[in-house]
Design a protein around this ligand. Structure first.
Ligand SMILES: Cc1cc2nc3c(=O)[nH]c(=O)nc-3n(C[C@H](O)[C@H](O)[C@H](O)COP(=O)(O)OP(=O)(O)OC[C@H]3O[C@@H](n4cnc5c(N)ncnc54)[C@H](O)[C@@H]3O)c2cc1C
Length: 380
């Protein structure tokens, strides 16, 4: 839609096709968490968050940086605010007013919207084919079909099959949860958040929250470590995540607090009374003790080990890693050997953490693909 806005604003006739009955469903879903549009940290640090993708994202972000995202949001009549974490949200804390205003702007630019149009391929002459037999001839095409996470919102990665000769990195979950073989008694904590914790893996420490589920662990702090966790599991078959259940207290302070005689109190009462642990956190400590971990209690509370056995599937992942391989795209985001065919958004290889980097990256690459298509059309 950002690409459509740029191309239409340059005076071209634009049609947006989407297989769903309405557009922007994942944007609306992102809005349920407040719609974290971008981040307010210094620009250099912002670009660095794209990790291995920072090199090729940098020119795209330079063309549509976080400040442009904010200007665009304001231009759609949506004031924004910066949270204490530096994340930026529309003041409405949802996507629907922004999406409504955006669709209004696109309509004003003459952009036609065709829904329930399932794209299945493109001929060399630019003819698009749809699953119901419809065709559409276009001088330039910008694909922005998303990744494969939350497929019920529209994007399921089926476009990979429609681009057989384009170099791809296999799609896999990013910002995802992980499977844990919880004991049956611990499973009763499924659906309970672990609040004010710190997670540590491979020397990286992240403070935040995680959610215990029947299948394992998910939530913001887990997503922040998900790329190294996923890679460690791919390499070693499993990996151990260390959870600090009281990051605000030192082990020495915990030892002092837990040093008082336990008497006839149960372990869980003792931990609740002297370490102020929530039932789910006590359950984690007990889980480790049952598995034969004989570390002293303060050490266990500061670093309870949880073995992760696999990333949870794409169905619940926040985003997708992998996609169209970068060497196959030029700086305009045109696909090699496919003149007039561009790609943008989560279809492109690379991954970004949560924090507004995903939407900013998609808007920036959509803007770049739009500019690229306008420049290419001008040269025809
Ligand atoms: C629960 C959740 C919360 C999130 N929260 C945030 C957040 O707060 N901040 C943030 O930065 N990011 C967030 N994200 C990620 C962000 O929403 C995505 O990165 C972004 O929407 C991807 O944009 P896209 O245009 O590439 O793909 P999408 O938004 O997935 O759009 C792709 C579109 O293509 C259509 N399509 C797919 N295949 C076809 C086909 N063959 N034919 C026709 N149409 C097709 C789909 O129907 C869809 O409408 C969140 C994601 C989830 C799942």
């Amino acid at each position: 839609m950002m690409a459509a806005e740029v191309v239409a604003a340059a005076g071209h006739r634009v049609t947006v096709f989407d297989r769903m009955p309405s557009v922007g469903r994942k944007l609306l879903m992102a809005g349920r968490g407040g719609l974290n549009l971008t981040h307010s940290e210094p620009y250099e640090r912002f670009v660095g968050r794209y990790g291995e993708a920072a090199g090729w994202m940098a020119p795209l972000l330079a063309g549509f940086p976080p400040s442009a995202v904010l200007g665009w949001c304001e231009g759609l009549g949506q004031p924004h605010f910066t949270g204490s974490s530096g994340r930026v949200f529309p003041r409405a804390m949802k996507a629907s007013p922004l999406l409504r205003a955006w669709l209004g702007r696109l309509a004003g630019l003459g952009v036609a919207l065709v829904t329930r149009a399932d794209w299945i391929g493109r001929d060399e002459d630019g003819t698009l084919h749809f699953a119901d037999g419809r065709t559409h001839r276009a001088d330039a095409v910008i694909l922005a079909l998303g990744g494969a996470s939350w497929p019920r919102l529209g994007g399921d990665g089926s476009w990979v099959a429609a681009l057989p000769e384009v170099a791809m990195i296999p799609l896999h979950p990013a910002n995802c949860g992980f499977a844990v073989a919880w004991s049956a008694p611990f499973r009763r904590h499924a659906g309970t958040p672990l609040k004010r914790i710190a997670l540590e893996h491979g020397g990286r420490r992240v403070r935040g929250e995680a959610m215990v589920t029947q299948a394992g662990l998910e939530g913001g702090a887990v997503y922040a470590l998900s790329a190294p966790l996923r890679d460690a599991i791919a390499r070693d078959g499993r990996t151990t995540l260390s959870i600090d259940l009281r990051p605000d207290l030192t082990a020495a302070e915990l030892a002092r607090r837990l040093g008082s005689a336990r008497g006839s109190a149960s372990l869980s009462t003792h931990l609740k009374r002297h370490a102020s642990l929530a039932p789910v956190a006590i359950g984690l400590v007990q889980e480790a003790l049952h598995q034969g971990n004989c570390a002293a209690l303060p050490a266990l509370i500061k670093a309870v080990p949880v073995v992760l056995t696999a990333p949870l599937g794409l169905e619940r992942a926040i985003s997708t890693a992998g996609g169209i391989a970068l060497p196959g795209l030029d700086e305009r985001l045109m696909i090699a050997h496919h003149p007039g065919l561009f790609a943008a958004g989560e279809m492109l290889e690379g991954e970004a953490p949560t924090g507004g980097y995903l939407l900013t990256g998609c808007l920036a690459s959509g803007h770049a693909a739009g500019r690229g298509a306008v420049a290419w059309l001008a040269g025809q």
